[in-house]
Each structure stands twice: as structure tokens, then as C-alpha cells.
Design a protein around this ligand. Sequence first.
Ligand SMILES: CC(C)(COP(=O)(O)OP(=O)(O)OC[C@H]1O[C@@H](n2cnc3c(N)ncnc32)[C@H](O)[C@@H]1OP(=O)(O)O)[C@@H](O)C(=O)NCCC(=O)NCCS
Length: 245
Amino acid sequence: MSDKSAQTKEKWLKVMTFDCWHFDTNNISKDRYDTLESYLSESERSKALRFVFNKDRRKFVSRRGALRSILSNYTGCHPSQITYKYGKYGKPHISGSPYQFNASSSGSSAVMVIGQDTEIGVDIEMTSHLNDIQSLLNVICSEEEQEWISLFDNCGERELNIYRLWTIKEAYLKMRGCGLFVNPKDITIKTEGTDPNNWQIDDCEKDQCDLSIASISNDLPNGVLGHVVTKVKNKPISISHKHLL
Ligand SMILES: CC(C)(COP(=O)(O)OP(=O)(O)OC[C@H]1O[C@@H](n2cnc3c(N)ncnc32)[C@H](O)[C@@H]1OP(=O)(O)O)[C@@H](O)C(=O)NCCC(=O)NCCS
């Protein structure tokens, strides 16, 4: 094999690696909180002041401060010096950096995934018993998905799979940057087998053959479920989980 084709093969086979940072906004000491708050921009501070409830303000400040703290490790910038630019529907990107990131939170759990040179989206949801499954299905699931969900007799399995579909779709739409501006019913998750890592995303508007789904549920606290979706073609992806202390 020539040097060039060997190099190409190595590049092709190389695993695409992402870091997934986890933190709990309830688990932040007073001193740490003050430090995280000091990292915020003027607009983040004024947004924080607009929260009516103290607990919501604390969550926002902890999340945004922690995000800046983590991003500074990748960019080499001081956390307070990180600047964001925003996509058409509000997806934040780090100005002047090859790193792509996306963040999600539910309850006190928060995650941020980061990698280079490819789009990425993440969504986590704290699960709870769903009282009105049909209304939710009507909002988020395509007909094909609704039929699939109806095959589960067991209520727990039905709910688990609804949360799986929901977080995969939202992670995908966040990867694209449009969020719920696009109707999630227009996308169908092809659910072959029981492992969501092997499922495919069918979005008739987009070429979906270069997408990868990765479940992060095993690394989340009990009762929280989540997925990462990335635009990676023909490469295995690997997620390295890290915890912000
Ligand atoms: C993106 C979206 C799905 C987030 O839903 P959510 O479940 O409430 O929140 P999550 O915790 O999963 O994610 C929130 C984070 O996603 C990121 N985000 C915001 N907009 C985003 C977008 N369009 N695409 C991808 N990520 C986005 C931010 O980091 C945000 O963190 P913040 O709340 O600290 O700003 C929802 O806000 C949305 O649909 N937005 C796009 C449409 C819209 O209303 N845009 C208004 C501005 S034009």
C-alpha cells in the first residue's frame, strides 16, 4: 500500500472523539458559584437578574458560568473572554474557534458536548410518568413512529422509547441549529433493533446518511436520559465523559 493510501486509510479509520462534560447545578459551593458568576458577560448578568425565582437564577448562572469555565480549557481564553456568535435560530458557537459545542439541561443535570470540525447536538430529559401519551405522540412523533410505539404493551417500555425518540430528535435539530423551529413530526427515527446507537435519522429535507447517534443515558443520573447526534460519515464516534467538580 502506498504511503498516501495508508494515510488516507488511517484518517478514515480514526475514531472521532468528543468530550461530554457533566455537572449538577445543585452541587456547586458558594465560593464556586461566586467564581462562576464572575465569568458572565454583561448580557448574561442582566438576563440572570430577570429571573423571578432565585433557584432559576442560580441554575442559569451556574450553567452559563460552568460552560465558560469548560470552554476556556479548549480555547485557552479566560472564561470571561469567551465570546459567542449565534446561528439564525440562536445556536451559540465560539467565535474564532474550530471547536463546536452544544449544551442541554434538565432539572439540576447539565451536559455540554464538544468536539472539532463537525456539527453536534445534545439533548437530555429528566423522565417522569407521562399522563397523556397520545397528545405528546401527536406533537413529536411521525405516523410511522406512533405505530412503532403502539407495539409496546408495557407502559415503562413505551415511555422509555418515547423519551428516546424525543431526545434523539431534539439533539438532531439542535445539531442542525434550527431547534424546534422545525416540526419534529417531519423527522422519523428508523428504530431497527433495541440499541439507539444503531438507529437512523430519516429527514426528508436533508441528506441523513452521514449522521451518528450516541446514547449518553448510562452516564447520566438515574431517571435522566440523553442522546448526542453528530455529522460524522463512516467513522466510529467515541464519547469521553468528564465531570466538572
Ligand atoms: C434549542 C431548543 C430546542 C432548546 O430546548 P430546551 O429543551 O429548552 O433546552 P436545552 O436545555 O436542551 O438546550 C438549551 C441550550 O441549547 C443551546 N441552543 C439554543 N438555541 C439553539 C439552537 N437553535 N440550536 C441548537 N442549540 C441551541 C443553548 O446553549 C441553550 O442553552 P441556554 O438555555 O443556556 O441558552 C429550543 O430553545 C428551540 O427550539 N430554539 C430554536 C427556535 C427558537 O425559538 N429560537 C428563538 C431565537 S430565534
